[in-house]
Design a protein around this ligand. Sequence first.
Ligand code: CA
Length: 268
Amino acid sequence: MNSVASGLSDRGMIREGNEDSFVIDSDRGLFAVADGMGGHNAGEVASRMAIDVLRDYISRTVSGGEVLLGGHDHNYSDSANRLASGIRLANRVIHETAQSNTAQRNMGTTIVSAILDDDRLSIAHVGDSRAYLLRNNGLIPLTEDHSLVAEQVRMGLITRENAESSTQRNIITRALGLEQEVAVDLCDLPVASGDLILLCSDGLTTMLADEAITAILLDGQEPEEICRHLVEAANSNGGRDNVTVVVLMVRGGALSGLSRMFNWARSS
Ligand code: CA
């Protein structure tokens, strides 16, 4: 399966700095977005560190052969387990750096990450940065926020509408760097040609409703154009936060049954 990807990070209209980071490593099929927090420039440091440690971990390990930090969960693919392991490592590195440096004492970061391996997409996340799949014109959330309001919605204490207007919307319940260990949520799903995958920080989802995001994803021809339109729309709605988007378009690659037989006949 082939894919085309693009990413864009923007300071937004109000914030002085940008504490978001992202990576696209097409050679390894790795994509990730992190949204940092902490005083001064600590949020920026934490999100950059998370992305760098994860990218480095994925490039140093090969599927199936690595020693996993936190063990192997047999309910998930090797790729998902590698993402989880890399995120746990990033958590420790950020936590240790924060402990030994007063200026960065409370720094932390979210992360949402994906590996595309042939026709399977693996997702790992911590915090309220999200992954979505656009398939057959419908937007499907692939992650559940680790946030106070999202947990209250899941427990039936408040409605989704209450959550969206809540002043507590930005309180997250899980992040990298805050404690020595972190729980990472995983999922694996098959993807097909035509699927669009979006990874984003909450600077997008607090400024744009799902319907607006869907319209922009459906409207764009190329990932680069879609990223630009998403950031522009978030900024024209107020741009109250840093906004980061990574868009991955899955294309062709998988051979149809007939052409697979044809190729087999040709090569035998
Ligand atoms: Ca944010």
